[in-house]
Design a protein around this ligand. Structure first.
Ligand code: G
Ligand code: G
Ligand code: MN
Length: 440
């Protein structure tokens, strides 16, 4: 064979093949898919596209290095190829994303069968030169012709994959309703991007109260987004979106700047509590930006308290330790939010030198009629005393709860009994109101 022909053949292979795994690449996958869709299956049968994404692959790269990551990908490629039928195409689309084209599948059950075989094939740990790695997979499935044409089908398998990753089942079929949801989410994401830095996005403030005296000791900033046509969008929803799409840092900086500037105008004994989302505890720049905002707004670090959930700490202990250590040294306090719903581990209380626990409102709500919840609240108050941690009861809604908490020695609380979160303009009135309003 001539040199030129060899070189051409090699160039073509390179253009269609992923060099790391030897699998077909996206281009070859697209060609094969177009080819398959052009030759429709028998009546009742389908071509199935399975979009696949590894779980925990980023961790392999981060912890064991890219070489180990490469080895794992090569092993996974091998297992995928063994798990599918002769004639099915396994491609690597990039990173830890793979796709399978299984043609002439008799039924959706048969597509499920293919997906299950793949999931099972990836269950045993994968070996690299650095050790064993557990990498499962999530799979989204779309079918041709049911789910649309060539340019629709992989996108729809991806939508189903996204659902599978967020859900409890590792495998998920595309459904038309998902398309609408994805569009709605995409719309919200764009609107969120536009809202950051405008008056539509601002913190409200809910007071923290000294239970016995009824005096206000600080405020928790709670994000509020008022959309011109969609109305109030709940923070749970837009914080999740911001976390997912890389907007959490600009959103937090904006809210924190507003809240710190506001808090700097309050009487000096009042503190500001601010929620930091789980995704942010991997953001190594967080500490510096936070210190910058304090300096810029003139709020003393001692007046700021950061609220975290335990799941955030646990996800990446070292990163959390690094980020929190720095701001804590500067005098910022750290509180563990929603305590009792996550790991509730004493290890984290000790290891992170936390300043406060906030007892989740589910315990406060249940306390009056459920002796076990009451016992847990009591135990947490005792724990706080023993470890010199402040304890705040969240979600106090009535006088009975308030009385029980006082009887158990709890000192601080928050909840609708005292006030909802209010806009900054209403804070002076709250501060001026007689304490009886919060002790009756
Ligand atoms: O404010 P509530 O009204 O609905 O808030 C719901 C959830 O959203 C709570 O868990 C709260 O911690 C979270 N949240 C509210 N404001 C913020 C914020 O500014 N940043 C982050 N990360 N979470 C917030
Ligand atoms: O997770 P985090 O503790 O940051 O959440 C604060 C959330 O609790 C906000 O959604 C706030 O509106 C809500 N909240 C504050 N006080 C009460 C209360 O007394 N009852 C209820 N049900 N929710 C409350
Ligand atoms: Mn909170």
């Amino acid at each position: 064979m001539g040199r030129r022909i060899l070189a051409e053949r090699e160039a073509r292979a390179l253009a269609l093949e992923d060099p790391l795994t030897g699998l077909p690449n996206r281009r070859q996958f697209d060609e094969a898919l177009a080819h398959a869709v052009a030759a429709p299956p028998r009546a009742g049968a389908s071509h199935a596209v399975l979009a696949l994404d590894l779980n925990g692959f980023k961790k392999v790269n981060d912890v064991y290095g890219h070489l180990a990551g490469d080895e794992v990908l090569a092993q996974v490629a091998l297992r995928l190829r063994q798990a599918v039928r002769e004639g099915d195409l396994v491609a690597r689309l990039g990173g830890d994303e793979f796709a399978v084209l299984a043609t002439h599948i008799a039924s959706s059950e048969a597509a499920t069968g293919v997906a299950r075989r793949i999931i099972e094939a990836l269950e045993p740990p994968v070996l690299s030169s650095q050790g064993e790695h557990q990498v499962g997979a999530a799979i989204g499935i779309a079918l041709s012709p049911q789910d649309g044409g060539v340019d629709e089908i992989l996108r729809k398998a991806d939508i189903a994959l996204y659902r599978a990753k967020g859900g409890t089942s590792a495998l998920c079929f595309f459904e038309p309703a998902m398309d609408a949801q994805v569009r709605e989410r995409d719309h919200l994401e764009r609107e969120l991007r536009a809202a950051i830095g405008t008056p539509a996005m601002r913190p409200f403030y809910q007071p923290l109260v000294d239970l016995k005296s009824g005096t206000i000791i600080g405020f928790e900033a709670l994000a509020r987004w008022t959309h011109a046509t969609l109305g109030e969008i709940p923070p749970d929803r837009f914080i999740t979106i911001a976390d997912d799409c890389g907007l959490i840092a600009p959103l937090t900086d904006d809210l924190l700047r507003q809240a710190c500037a506001e808090a700097a105008t309050w009487p000096r004994h009042l503190s500001l509590s601010f929620n930091v989302s789980p995704a942010q505890l991997r953001d190594m720049g967080l500490g510096l930006r936070l210190m910058g905002i304090l300096a810029e707004t003139g709020l003393a670090p001692q007046r700021l308290e950061i609220e975290l959930t335990e799941s955030a700490l646990v996800r990446d202990l070292d990163a959390a330790r690094h980020i929190l250590g720095g701001i804590r040294d500067a005098g910022v306090r750290i509180a563990l939010d929603d305590f009792g719903t996550g790991y509730s581990s004493l290890y984290h209380l000790r290891n992170f030198k936390l300043d406060k626990i906030k007892i989740d409102r589910s315990f406060i709500e249940a306390m009056a009629h459920d002796p076990e919840s009451a016992a847990i609240v009591k135990a947490l108050v005792g724990l706080g005393e023993g470890l010199s941690l402040a304890v705040t009861a969240e979600g106090v809604e009535d006088a009975e709860q308030r009385a029980m908490l006082i009887a158990q020695g709890c000192q601080e609380a928050q909840g609708f009994l005292f006030s909802r979160a209010v806009p900054a303009a209403e804070i002076p009135a709250l501060l001026a109101a007689p304490v009886q309003a919060r002790t009756a």
